[in-house]
Design a protein. Structure first.
Length: 144
């Protein structure tokens, strides 16, 4: 069963995503980041070139010729599943395909709209029997 983690109170969702991707890569995990639109995917793409400051995180989109050997994918459609270790969801809704991944990370910002959508996703997972861990990023001990 998919392990689900909610990272709540993220002051900057994209920066938190980059840090989580870096942590996952340091553990040897392959990562798919599910983005809701091209604009957000483009911002994340640019950030992954510089965050963390100590190194580049190799990434591409699923239809890139190197996608099968690239450890981080930025996916907007959810149609191609080349990795199944960690899915980071930046969509407002739960990804229909999340259960094919070993782990799912939900990044929740501080805005009330984002928090409301996250509560719906939380209930969806909980009502289906998934154990959920919550990490409050407003405390320094919980930061990825």
């Amino acid at each position: 069963m998919t392990q689900i983690d909610f990272y709540i109170q993220a002051a900057d969702r994209l920066h938190t995503t980059c840090r989580l991707v870096a942590k996952a890569r340091s553990q040897g995990l392959r990562v798919t980041v599910f983005c809701p639109d091209r604009e957000l995917a483009g911002k994340l793409d640019r950030m992954l070139w510089a965050v963390p400051a100590t190194g580049f995180l190799p990434h591409c989109v699923p239809d890139d010729p190197l996608a099968a050997v690239t450890p981080v994918l930025i996916d907007g459609s959810g149609a191609t599943h080349l990795h199944d270790e960690l899915l980071i969801n930046l969509h407002g809704e739960w990804p229909a395909f999340f259960s094919r991944y070993s782990r799912l990370a939900e990044i929740v910002g501080t805005e009330e709209d984002d928090r409301g959508l996250a509560r719906e996703r939380y209930r969806f997972y909980r009502d289906r029997g998934y154990a959920i861990r919550t990490h409050d990023l407003s405390t320094s001990a919980a930061r990825p």
